[in-house]
Design a protein around this ligand. Structure first.
Ligand code: ZN
Length: 245
């Protein structure tokens, strides 16, 4: 079986469509997993939700999904993110808001636990350092964990010899082979990459090979930016898409 792993789509329809086209060209997937933050920042929240629901994606909640439903207070957000969150909430239909409210915080899909932030704090914590990963390994009981939230494609490995967590970029040149050592994997962000590469980032888990394939997909950034400017979304949110920061 092949599972597509998408995270942090952030209402970016051009990025989502480019990823889905790329996925189809690779032979598609048997299932689609989404690690949260479907909405927030970008110009097409309703459309992105429609596409994911049509594809019956298995989805968990992210902090921006909860901001749209009012389940988290946007005073925790920076001013641009808060302003985009209020705009997003006003665009969504009652049905979409209801759908976002039903999303679970964590899901177990063997051999993975799926969370947006971290097992310790599924909504807010960024797993971006070895020490944070180290603290989270005891907090899930599947061999591996998939996280999003930071929009940076990373792998943390719990070395069995030392018991320490190590950190590396999620490789693109060759698949990541999953073995006996536990892993926390971030597939990067579809709709707002933040590792300096503006291309959409996603991954495919191939269960037969026990491997994770990581892909970067170019998309029409200018169209997304034009929509954001036209809709009056904060200019900085549109600009950052050019740099992947
Ligand atoms: Zn996000």
């Amino acid at each position: 079986m092949r599972y597509a792993i998408l995270s942090d789509i952030h209402s970016n329809l051009e990025a989502l469509q480019a990823v889905l086209e790329h996925l189809r060209a690779q032979g598609g997937a048997d299932a689609l997993w989404c690690l949260g933050d479907i909405v927030g920042y970008g110009p097409d929240p309703e459309e992105c939700l429609r596409v994911l629901r049509e594809l019956e994606a298995l989805t968990i909640a992210g902090n921006h999904d909860w901001a749209a439903t009012g389940d988290v207070d946007t005073s925790y957000f920076n001013p641009d993110a808060a302003s985009a969150a209020h705009w997003t909430a006003a665009q969504l239909t009652a049905e979409s808001l209801e759908y976002l409210k039903t999303l679970p915080l964590t899901l177990r899909q063997e051999p993975f636990t799926l969370v947006h932030g971290s097992p310790r704090d599924p909504i807010w914590e960024y797993v971006v350092s070895q020490s944070i990963a180290q603290a989270n390994f005891p907090l899930f009981n599947t061999p591996y964990c998939l996280v999003g939230h930071s929009h940076v494609p990373l792998v943390f490995r719990l070395e069995s010899a030392s018991g320490r967590a190590t950190l590396m970029e999620l490789p693109q040149e060759a698949p990541l082979k999953m073995g006996a050592e536990r892993l926390i994997i971030n597939p990067g962000g579809v709709g707002q990459p933040r590792d300096g590469d503006p291309r959409a980032s996603y991954a495919v888990y191939a269960s037969k090979e026990m491997a994770i394939y990581h892909f970067r997909v170019p998309y029409d950034i200018a169209t997304t930016q034009q929509k954001m400017r036209r809709l009056g979304l904060p200019p900085r949110l549109a600009q950052r898409l050019s740099y992947g920061r």
